[in-house]
Design a protein around this ligand. Structure first.
Ligand code: M6R
Length: 638
């Protein structure tokens, strides 16, 4: 939620403006209510802001006179405190206009701080929680009672050194007085060659360039300029100049060798690359996402490996329960995974929405393995869930798509989904790569715990290895789905039904329709139909049903009966069924076919038509497919 970008150059130019705007464009998925930049030239600071999409800010800057700058910061907003107005847009400035600040997060004690500032004569220009911080920072820099940081800010012009140290000192001072979560980037007209930043429970990464450096909410902000990133830890501060990065710990000591990592996102994977929308592109990237997540998982002895495991095998053998936490699509991926992991490993698996987990006082011990699933790795609800789990002694495995993200750093083991950057707010390739990664985790546990022999695991993997081609096959038949979406474009409510692994797929299909088509949709367990939901069926009610393979008659036959039941009550039925299974054809208005695959793997195929359906329906309704109203890609506040 909210994207922030920073840049520092060696010489004044338009580079900071270009880098910041390009970075904001890549981060726009994190919020698109308003956007703004602050550019610092030799001795003054210029702020430009616009309500609405980033394009409005770009238009504004195209007509403005923008002086060559040494540094810049930018922000794309998802409104929390205060409506999307120009006054509430970031950056916020100090009363004297010398300081500008962007913020991602929520300041919980903003009201009390605002009252205190007002009492001291500060005039606030916005309704935001952020603005109080810029006033506090400006006052702290000038306050002789607030000690400047005593270390050296590397790479800064000597005449700006004192200001930069005062900025770091002010950041430390203010951070100690605020409750909540934040990533802050601060610039000052008196030290144009530095951006000072801080983070607590919100994301911040620094990109290392040649004679320039970058800051961003995530690596996408600068991935087209550098692939080397520095991790900024919890409660750390950083002073970034064009040639150096000084990371300072909460106690004021310099971190001598901050951890760097290489970003493996090719920058072209974060562009539309000729597709009309990111969502469509990402739906079509699923064969690659699944293949890349599966790639190189076997060692020379044929044993399955994960990416980073800091949990000894003997500990994994003592695990007596697993809890999978995540939100939205990630949670549905976890629900699919439960069927496989319980079946392969014989461990009880609970799946819990991350935001509910810690509030119900869950039974979690040192023998509990918690799996946190998150595309962004920055979802605050999931972060809080894993912190709670670790406090109870549980081990945490992160299934994340973003290397270096908070969830990956705060976990005991990491299994990366190699889906590449997902930009569309509606998750698609994240889901299929998360399910794939969870299958790998399940097989890994089965291997470590001795539930399956090496050859059995290889057999499961081999069958999984066929999925990318099968997904491609479903994509190739996408036109039938698109036609169905066009037929259903005036639907006001759609019901999805699935049984067994088809149930979470039904919920995922419904979520896609809600979030990008603004159509009321619900996914039900097909077995639940006669316990209530069938009362919703009326003449013309669209119902999408996921039919299990006929090779599992105990599942299949019941769902075919459900189709007849809703059809008999006037429903318009759209069926997702296996190739060669014609048992539902006579009760179905439209049938989407998927290739035969093992039951547990079927969600990787059956979800695809549902994604295409929602994407096409939003398109024909003329809606913004990639940036639906009220949403942001990463929910970085609770
Ligand atoms: O980044 P995460 O995977 O943690 O995000 C979790 C959910 O916010 C996310 O899946 C959301 O539900 C998607 N917009 C659904 O398409």
């Amino acid at each position: 939620m909210c994207g922030i970008v920073g840049h520092v150059a060696s010489t004044p130019s338009q580079r900071s403006r270009e880098v910041v705007l390009a970075g904001l464009a890549r981060l726009e998925y994190r919020g698109y209510d308003s956007a703004g930049v602050a550019l610092v030239d030799a001795d003054s600071l210029h702020v430009h802001k616009a309500v609405g999409k980033l394009a409005n800010l770009v238009d504004l800057l195209d007509t403005a006179e923008v002086a060559p700058a040494l540094s810049g910061i930018g922000h794309t907003r998802w409104a929390t405190h205060g409506r999307p107005t120009t006054a509430n847009a970031h950056p916020h400035t100090s009363m004297d206009g010398r300081f500008a600040l962007v913020h991602n997060g929520i300041i919980e004690n903003a009201d009390a701080l605002r009252e205190k500032l007002r009492g001291e004569g500060v005039v606030l220009a916005s309704e935001t929680d952020t603005e109080v911080l810029v006033h506090m920072l400006a006052r702290a820099v000038d306050d002789p009672q607030v000690p400047a940081w005593e270390g050296d800010v590397a790479g800064i012009a000597p005449q700006h050194h004192d200001t930069a140290r005062a900025m770091v000192g002010a950041m430390r001072h203010v951070a100690g007085r605020i409750d909540g979560t934040f990533t802050l980037l601060l610039v000052c007209a008196d030290a144009p060659d530095v951006v000072v930043a801080a983070r607590r429970s919100s994301p911040l990464v620094v990109g290392l360039g040649q004679g320039e450096n970058f800051l961003g909410s995530d690596v996408l902000a600068f991935v087209e300029h550098t692939s080397t990133a520095v991790e900024i830890g919890q409660d750390q501060f950083v002073a970034v100049t064009a040639t150096a990065v000084t990371v300072v710990d909460a106690d004021g000591s310099v971190i001598a060798s901050p951890k760097t990592y290489e970003v493996d996102f090719a920058s072209d994977r974060a562009t539309k690359d000729g597709w009309p929308t990111f969502m469509e592109k990402e739906i079509h990237e699923q064969p690659r996402g699944v293949a890349d997540t599966l790639a190189d998982r076997l060692d020379s002895l044929g044993h399955l490996t994960l990416d980073e495991v800091r949990i000894p095998e003997h500990v994994l053998r003592t695990i007596d329960k697993m809890v999978i936490v995540g939100c939205g699509t990630a949670s549905y991926a976890g629900q699919v995974a439960r069927y496989a992991i319980e079946h392969w490993c014989r461990i009880p698996v609970e799946v819990e929405l991350a935001h509910e987990f810690r509030y119900r006082d869950p039974v979690v011990t040192e023998k509990t393995l918690v799996v946190a699933i998150s595309q962004s790795g920055e979802t605050m609800d999931t972060i809080m869930a894993i912190r709670h789990a670790r406090e109870q002694g549980a081990k945490v495995v992160a299934v994340v798509n973003t290397p270096g993200s908070t969830i990956s750093r705060e976990s005991d083991a990491v299994l990366l989904t190699h889906a590449g950057p997902e930009i569309a707010v509606a998750s698609t390739k994240a889901f299929t790569s998360q399910v794939t990664a969870c299958f790998i985790l399940g097989l890994y546990l089965a291997q470590v715990r001795g539930n399956k022999y090496v050859d059995e695991i290889q057999d499961y993997l081999e069958k999984l290895g066929k999925l990318p081609d099968q997904i491609q096959h479903v994509l190739d038949g996408g036109e039938t789905v698109r036609q169905a979406a066009r037929v259903m474009k005036d639907a006001t409510s759609v019901i999805y039904l699935g049984r067994h692994v088809g149930f979470p797929v039904a919920m995922e299909g419904a979520l896609k329709l809600k979030e990008i088509c603004y159509i009321h949709a619900e996914g039900f367990a097909a077995g639940e139909l006669k316990h209530g939901p069938i009362a919703l069926i009326d003449e013309g009610q669209p119902v999408i049903i996921i039919v299990p393979t006929p090779r599992r008659p105990e599942l299949h036959n019941k769902v075919v009966s459900n189709i007849q039941e809703v059809r008999a009550r006037g429903a318009r039925t759209i069926v997702v069924a296996e190739e060669g299974d014609s048992s539902a054809d006579e009760f179905a208005e439209i049938v989407f076919r998927v290739p035969p695959t093992p039951t547990l793997y079927a969600p990787l195929l059956t979800v695809v038509p549902l994604q295409i359906f929602a994407c096409e329906l939003a398109t024909v309704k003329g809606l913004d497919v990639d940036q639906p109203r009220n949403l942001a890609k990463s929910v970085t506040v609770e």
